[in-house]
Design a protein around this ligand. Structure first.
Ligand code: NAD
Ligand code: MG
Length: 301
């Protein structure tokens, strides 16, 4: 086990485990690159250890070049899965690192760059993943768009439309295309947010989509358990990802990101990875239609 893995798993006060604010201001144009963040997030690159819980599985993870999706993709590969990665073309630099990490775990990575606001691309990405992976067992709808605005007057029709398309329509299009391929034992995991339960004034359109993701997850779980397929959501609280400095928060909020959580710090993407692994694996064999909060003490509901 690497030193980083050993220190991540050693019993300790979790409040002291990862970087705390204040952080430097670090504006980037959306979607941004994790490679340019300060401090660099921990996605598990050197710290996540697998235990064979997803041996031979075939997973598709959207938004997997960076942040929570990247942490899930790395963990899935270390647990024995082959992974198809979806991301925007301008994120190729981040994606290249994930491809190399998956290869380093001895698994296959399929890179599928493109814009999920397009229904045609959503259908095509599922077809490509199924063809190149030789099937599909795990779908993680994780890509997301978040743009902070002070009030409803500042939310343009274009922003509202792009947020809905990225966070809700794409999840629908991708899931609709993927469902016929999912055999009993397969799992769908959608990334919701604490924003579904405790929405911020500055994230009106984004929070609306996250509430929709929770409802979609619960309704779909009732349909798909009839096929032996489980559907769950993860609701993160503040997590140190490039979503935030690339327009998801003001730079002032980035400087103090996570400060108000009970931990006095934001979560790191690797702290979400075990939950995605659990929900994807057969260990969660009695779990469907649930929302798993990883909020840093805020709670959901
Ligand atoms: P991130 O920026 O690292 O990941 C989001 C990814 O979405 C991007 O990497 C990008 O590849 C993808 N994406 C966005 N628009 C796209 C498009 N049009 N086409 C294809 N891909 C597109 O940030 P993250 O925080 O890891 O976000 C992952 C998920 O976690 C999102 O759904 C986000 O809403 C959710 N979330 C994040 C936090 C947080 O504090 N970071 C909290 C709650 C929920
Ligand atoms: Mg990214």
């Amino acid at each position: 086990m690497s030193d980083d893995a050993a220190s991540r798993l050693t019993m300790q006060d979790p409040r002291e485990q990862y970087p705390k604010p204040p952080f430097p201001k670090q504006p980037q144009p959306a979607p941004g690159l994790a490679a340019e963040m300060d401090p660099r997030p921990d996605h598990g690159e050197t710290s996540y250890v697998g235990h064979g819980r997803l041996a031979g599985r075939k997973a598709l993870v959207t938004g997997s070049d960076s942040g929570i999706g990247r942490a899930a993709a790395i963990a899935f590969a270390r647990e024995g899965a082959d992974v198809a990665l979806v991301y925007l073309p301008e994120e190729q630099k981040d994606a290249d690192e994930v491809v190399a990490l998956i290869a380093g775990a001895g698994r296959t990575a399929i890179a599928i760059p493109g814009d999920i606001k397009s229904p045609e691309f959503c259908k095509a990405l599922v077809a490509t993943a199924v063809e190149k992976l030789g099937g599909l067992d795990i779908l993680v709808n994780n890509a997301g768009k978040q743009v902070t605005q002070p009030g409803i007057a500042e939310i343009s029709a274009e922003q509202f439309d792009a947020t809905m398309k990225t966070n809700l329509y794409a999840m629908f299009w991708i899931t609709q295309a993927a469902t016929p391929h999912l055999k009993p034992g397969s799992a769908i995991i959608n990334t919701a947010s604490i924003q579904a339960y405790d929405p911020s004034a500055s994230l009106l359109d984004y929070a609306t989509t996250k509430g929709g993701i929770v409802a979609f997850t619960k309704a779909l779980s009732k349909q798909l358990i009839e096929k032996g397929v489980r559907v769950n959501a993860v609701a993160p609280g503040p997590v140190w990802t490039v979503l935030q400095p690339s327009g998801g928060q003001t730079q002032e909020k980035v400087q103090h990101f996570g400060e108000h959580s009970a931990f006095g710090r934001p979560g790191q993407p690797v702290e979400l990875a075990p939950v995605y692994v659990l929900l994807a694996s057969q260990e969660a064999s009695f779990t469907t239609g649930e929302v798993y909060g990883v909020t840093g003490g805020e709670g959901i509901g």
